[in-house]
Design a protein around this ligand. Structure first.
Ligand code: NAD
Ligand code: ZN
Length: 251
């Protein structure tokens, strides 16, 4: 039987347009816990209580203390892992066109990926609820909870909370690239968060091959994945890139 990584490399090296959809799992090996699954944040807190926009607006102090402050501390020092650098390598090799990420950690760009759609925004910036002034998250003073803008308004991360709309441009472009790709790599997402989870279905409906990288099966695995690669992205991605490189140099 062909090694599944070699099989995936065969498909990817012949593809005309590959798009990746990534989720919290790709950043686990950078020390950022996912929401669901083993070691996930949701083992400790109720998401609807803290990650919903209504919860934030009702009680910004609690949401800052329980969720956002810890996220800031983690992201201040997080660095890309071989999962992120593997996708950046694939873009440089001309194999990967676009990364659609649900992550807000900026690690794809730090790894060198250029075409990244940030489906749920980015944690690097905060906005004032009163005057809309933007402040870099690294500059936010955490001694006062919730942190405030110079006008006195409360700061919120430029991320999409549950209950909020996906920014139009990110949604439309994601739908377009998903419909146009001939291979979609789905990496480290539980595929439970809508509407991001519809992207692999859009790709599949338009004839794309779905390759999934995840240590655990997801709702996509039995339904639409053509090739599930079971394992961590930091282990699989460099091997996949190596197998693609071999095919590009000795076809
Ligand atoms: P999720 O937390 O729902 O699921 C994570 C998935 O990653 C699981 O299927 C798990 O099996 C898999 N996984 C765990 N370790 C992995 C590894 N080493 N390699 C590959 N896969 C691995 O994540 P989600 O589907 O992205 O949805 C949660 C939402 O939470 C997202 O919309 C995102 O905005 C947000 N979030 C972002 C971050 C971040 O920016 N790093 C972190 C947590 C949550
Ligand atoms: Zn302000």
């Amino acid at each position: 039987m062909t090694d599944p990584i070699e099989h995936a490399a065969d498909i990817l090296s012949k593809a005309k347009s590959t798009v990746a959809l990534t989720g919290a799992g790709i950043s686990v090996e950078s020390g950022i816990p996912p929401f669901r699954g083993k070691g996930g944040l949701w083992e400790k807190i109720d998401p609807m209580k803290y990650a919903h926009i209504d919860a934030f607006l009702d009680n910004p102090e609690t949401v800052w203390k329980v969720l956002i402050k810890d996220m800031k501390t983690l992201l201040d020092t997080a660095r890309p892992n071989p999962g992120h650098t593997g996708l950046a390598d694939m873009e440089r090799l001309g194999i990967l066109k676009t990364v659609i990420t649900q992550n807000v950690d900026g690690l794809h760009q730090m790894a060198g990926s250029c075409d990244v759609i940030e489906f749920h925004g980015n944690f690097a910036w905060q906005s004032c609820l009163d005057c809309n002034r933007r402040v870099e998250t690294s500059q936010v003073d955490l001694t006062r909870m919730p942190p405030r803008c110079i006008c006195g308004g409360i700061l919120r991360p430029d991320c999409v909370f549950f209950g909020e709309m996906i920014p139009d441009e990110a949604l439309v472009r994601s739908q377009q690239v998903s419909a146009a790709c001939d291979v979609m790599l789905v990496v480290g997402t539980s595929a439970m968060v809508q509407p991001a989870a519809t992207m692999p279905f859009i790709a599949k409906d338009n004839g794309a091959v779905i390759i999934e990288i995840n240590p655990e099966p997801t709702p996509l695995t039995a339904r639409i994945s053509n090739l599930p690669l079971l394992g961590g992205a930091g282990w699989i991605m460099p091997r996949l890139v190596e197998a693609i490189r071999r095919r590009l140099t000795c076809p």
